[in-house]
Design a protein around this ligand. Sequence first.
Ligand code: GN1
Ligand code: MG
Length: 373
Amino acid sequence: MEEKNLLQILSHFDINGKVQSVKPLGNGLINDTYKVETEDKNTPDYVLQRINNAIFTDVELLQNNIKQVTCHIRKKLEEKGENDIERKVLTFIKADTNKTYLQDADGKYWRVSQFIPDAQTFETVNAEYSYAAGLAFGEFEASLVDLPEQLGETIPNFHNMELRINQLHEAVEKDPVKRLETVKEMVTEIEKHAFEMCKAERLYREGKLPKRICHCDTKVNNMMFDKDGNILCVIDLDTVMPSFIFSDYGDFLRTGANFTSEDDPDMSRVGFNMDIFRAFTKGYLTSASRFLLPIEIENLPYAAALFPFMQCVRFLTDYINGDIYYKIKYKEHNLDRAKNQLHLFNSVCEHNKDMVHFIEDCISQQPKEYEKI
Ligand code: GN1
Ligand code: MG
């Protein structure tokens, strides 16, 4: 979008200082994101985002979820006497509508948050950062255990594997852009694992598995680190909603523990990095084991396999549908992504035994009373 129009949108938000520039930021696959720099060093910079409301259809609910979560975390940080609150939780700016979003004349939705200064994100992480990330996501979930209000599902059934399989079936049935022929074998391989991978939904129906407030997009690059490598906060809160804890655990490993990026077309580079698995799991269990049920802990290896599998199904479904959901950079991009994720899934499955043993050891070594590190 042209800078002139972006400036016009920004003029409706209560931001401090004069805008100097507006430039694209990050590489999210859903929303359009811009960094807004202000002229004065003493005024904050901002992040302007166009919310993709074809995907997040209920923007009011979405922004209300985010408000509940950020206010709750802010309150806890204040209670702890934290002195760097502005970098530890996102701050959303009000528009002249008195809401934290604005609908422009074309019906597009926009929001603005404060840019977190002196912070960095990573596309890949080492074991040390993974441990810190595990701690942080466990903390994030733990801090929301006592959220007073129920949150809505910003994308209903977002991480429901049964729904994702049904969506694949529908795409296969319709084959709208005649791509099925080239992916038939992949569809058959997916079918072999589909029942097993829908285990979480069955456990939920049997009343054995709870839903909790999760982040649901725990990609490595959704975490802000300070210059020394300490975690500041978790960003991209659009998908914070009730889900199985498998979402956060599994989706981090899907991106953090792949030896390469999720769209690398060279399968020889794709695989599950057990060093990252061990570091992340150790961090996660340190902060989360105090509220996790045994059934959640014993299914963590299942979660590690579920997320590459689910993402493979989602990418493949989008490929068959003609690339209508994810942003793509070239024609076969979604297909390469799907192949990559299937390969990763197989690699995760090969490590099942080692994962089970490692988790058992971690739990037996946990101190009785959790102490924050
Ligand atoms: C999307 O927008 P982004 O890139 O953070 C997607 C995630 C996928 C991810 C795959 C709302 O996240 O679920 O895991 O792409 N978000 C939505 O890279 O569908
Ligand atoms: Mg993101």
